[in-house]
Design a protein. Structure first.
Length: 180
């Protein structure tokens, strides 16, 4: 799938690529043992300053009940082959990690490239739909937070105005009471 001599994989890495990475898990491992090498799906490749990163989604061949709905399932033989996998797998978009492209957790195959494959067209459509839904949900949540902040600010402003009004009334009564 990929050029066997591609040393510029960091420049070419793209959405939908499948890479080998030592994705940390909650499993208890001896301190001397590194996390298991597993396929991960590239969700984004942002640049922060002069460094490039990859947002990776956790990949597994286990089909548990957790993280359902936000996953890309790779089940069909042609899709499995295109993704560079050896068995049906799933990529969970609820379990992601942002890592530098020079992180030692990337497993560079014998040709120096950790990429093992890429999602096919149908799975890329699924990935785009999931990312769009997740972005819409994030936008909705941000709008709700903004509306709550604005509501709190409005109530605080109204509370300050009421407090000023009450102080003015109390001061007015005190002045009126002193006159008697």
């Amino acid at each position: 799938m990929f050029d066997q001599h591609s040393h510029d994989w960091q420049q070419d890495l793209a959405l939908g690529d499948v890479v080998l990475y030592r994705f940390p898990t909650t499993e208890d491992l001896p301190e001397s043992e590194a996390p298991k090498m597993r396929p991960c799906l590239v969700l984004d490749t942002p640049r922060l300053g002069d460094r490039r990163f990859a947002k990776l989604a956790y990949g597994s061949s286990a089909y548990g009940k957790s993280n359902r709905g936000r996953e890309v399932l790779v089940r069909q033989a042609p899709s499995i082959t295109t993704a560079g996998l050896d068995r049906p797998s799933r990529f969970t978009l609820n379990r992601t990690l942002l890592v530098s492209l020079d992180h030692p957790g990337f497993e560079a195959e014998t040709h120096g490239d950790p990429r093992i494959g890429h999602l096919d067209e149908a799975l890329m459509e699924r990935l785009h739909a999931l990312r769009a839904r997740m972005q819409a949900e994030a936008d909705i949540a941000a709008d709700r937070r903004r509306a709550r902040r604005e509501e709190r600010c409005r109530w605080q402003a109204e509370g300050r105005a009421a407090a000023r009004h009450n102080r003015a009334l109390l001061q007015g009564r005190a002045v009126a009471g002193d006159a008697q």
